[in-house]
Design a protein around this ligand. Sequence first.
Ligand code: URA
Length: 218
Amino acid sequence: MKKIKQIKTCLELEKAFGITEITLPGKTTRNTKQEFEQFRQTVLKCTKCDLHPTRKTVVFGDGNTLSSIMFVGEAPGEEEDKTGRPFVGKAGQLLREVISEFLPCDQVYIANILKCRPPQNRLPTRTEIGSCLPYLSSQIKFIKPSIICCLGSTATTVLLGKQSVTMGAIRGKSFQSIYGTVFVTYHPSFLVRRGLIDLPIFKNDIKQALIASGMIKR
Ligand code: URA
């Protein structure tokens, strides 16, 4: 009963984001790599929202599509927009350094809620999220990670289907959502802004997420 209520909340929130069609992640047949590549090529040409005229590149996401963990951030920043790769700027380097303490970074998959950079790195709007979320949903459906590690409050609210969250209260925990098992931690930009005082907590969260996914041993 709790799960039905949860699904209802998620669907209502997606509707509020303007989503009228959803691709449910589930145990359906895995699409072929070729289909996934065709899908990627389509996303790279996306003009669905108002971000396409100002972006340099669509940041689709990258990493191992066979991984059992997927990291999801908010949206590309300046470096990501230039290079077409997620999490390669200052915050991204920190995330990649922390992951690399446990396993090679290319063993995980990294993506964002939005595939295009919002001007001046402003927060994504509901309309932008509504346009872009079906892409992430399809990526999740293809990759089928055991754990989706949400980095920061944008990814967390969207993937948990909540209006808002208190990061301090829910970080380090896992939740069930229609997308699968969602593990919550801070966004690396938040750590950078706060002079890395929360780095030990973040490192431990990443370790716990990797253990929960089965990618590393306890
Ligand atoms: N912040 C994000 O949320 N994603 C990126 O790819 C880079 C910075």
